[in-house]
Design a protein around this ligand. Structure first.
Ligand code: SF4
Length: 341
């Protein structure tokens, strides 16, 4: 039976969106993955994945020795084994070659495409989860149902226990939770009004702030503004633990960042705030109930593939003009959709 090796060493959100491809390939044979240490963490317990090879490309595997070590571990055993380049760098393509994969599949827009044996059209109009899924499909295949490409994660007992402890410590068990994720590594993606929003969301349930320990300051501000009623869960759970917590939340309000994709993977109703980027890039929420909040008709949007650290025009209207009332309206709409189902 041929084996698939999926190489995905991009951002965490990209790995979450790759899980539809992993499920598709797992129906055909064993699936192994090359991932960054952070992304490797979220694939724990995933039923579609047999083995994850950690590729710390900026750390322990930065040099040629580390590259060769990963290639040796992930090596092909059969000419029918196929490498799927879910991340399009030349380094990833070279890794697949060095690992002996005679079949290498990736996007026709990728930097490493001249090393591929099959190039798949990178269709800009599709969601990235479907683009990735199409690496395993024929070029003329019709779009699959949403459930086929919706990402999936599988928190295990350890993560569920960690969430339960957090709930117990904060006397949250049995309470309705409303999650907010105010962080982003890109400065212009961080909507500035989460504290004001949290005060209003407190009427729906206990506000829980999700994120990494880098988001502690933002979380502290929200806790302060809600007179201590919001719970700061930033840096207190693993990524899969955050997904487990999100699964219990009524709704998540998030920037265009990793928690958006975690919520899609556990199908938590989501309101996603887009500023310098747009959902048309292919990274919008995929939860069944979802809404986008954004400032339409702003000529400078989008201004960057990721979102610059500072607004190049200095006014930052893409986020400053997105007000709390607009976001609350989106939360109401998503709630209504859930209730009407
Ligand atoms: S240029 Fe426009 S889209 Fe970009 S950060 Fe500034 S306001 Fe936002």
């Amino acid at each position: 039976m041929s084996r698939a090796l999926v190489i995905q060493t991009s951002f965490l959100g990209d790995m979450v969106l790759t899980t539809g491809l992993l499920r598709e390939l797992a129906q055909r044979g064993p699936v192994d993955v090359v991932a960054t240490p952070t992304s490797a963490e979220i694939l724990a317990h995933h039923p579609a994945v047999r083995h994850v090879y950690r590729f710390d490309k900026r750390g322990t595997h930065a040099g040629i020795g580390g590259f060769r070590a990963v290639a040796r571990l992930a090596r092909a055993h059969d000419p029918t084994d196929v490498a799927y380049l879910a991340q399009g760098s030349l380094r990833s393509a070279a890794l697949a070659m060095a690992a002996g994969f005679q079949q290498r599949v990736g996007f026709d827009s990728s930097a490493g495409r001249f090393l591929y044996t099959r190039q798949v059209p990178h269709r800009r109009e599709l969601h990235h989860a479907e683009r990735l899924w199409r690496l395993a499909a024929s070029d003329d295949q019709a779009s699959p149902p949403a459930s086929t490409v919706r990402p999936s994660l599988h928190p295990g007992p350890e993560e569920e226990d960690a969430v339960q402890r957090l709930l117990d410590v904060n006397a949250l068990a049995g309470e309705t939770m409303v999650a907010v994720a105010p962080g982003s590594i890109w400065g212009t993606k961080r909507w500035p009004y989460y504290s004001a929003l949290a005060r209003r969301l407190s009427l729906l349930g206990r506000v829980v702030v999700i994120g990494s320990d880098k988001d502690r300051e933002l979380a502290a501000e929200i806790v302060h503004e809600t007179f201590g009623s919001a719970i700061d869960a930033t840096g207190r759970l693993s990524l899969l633990g955050s997904a487990a917590l999100l699964r219990r939340a009524l709704v998540l309000v998030t920037n265009d960042s990793a928690p958006l994709h975690l919520a899609s993977a556990v199908d938590t109703p989501t309101v996603a705030l887009f500023g310098p980027t747009v959902p048309a890039f292919g990274f919008g929420p995929l939860a069944t109930a979802r809404r986008i909040a954004e400032v339409p008709m702003l000529e400078c949007r989008p201004c960057d593939a990721h979102g610059p650290q500072r607004c190049p025009l200095t006014h930052w209207r893409c986020m400053r003009d997105l007000n709390v009332a607009d976001v609350l309206e989106a939360v109401d709409a998503v709630q209504r959709e859930v209730q009407e189902r």
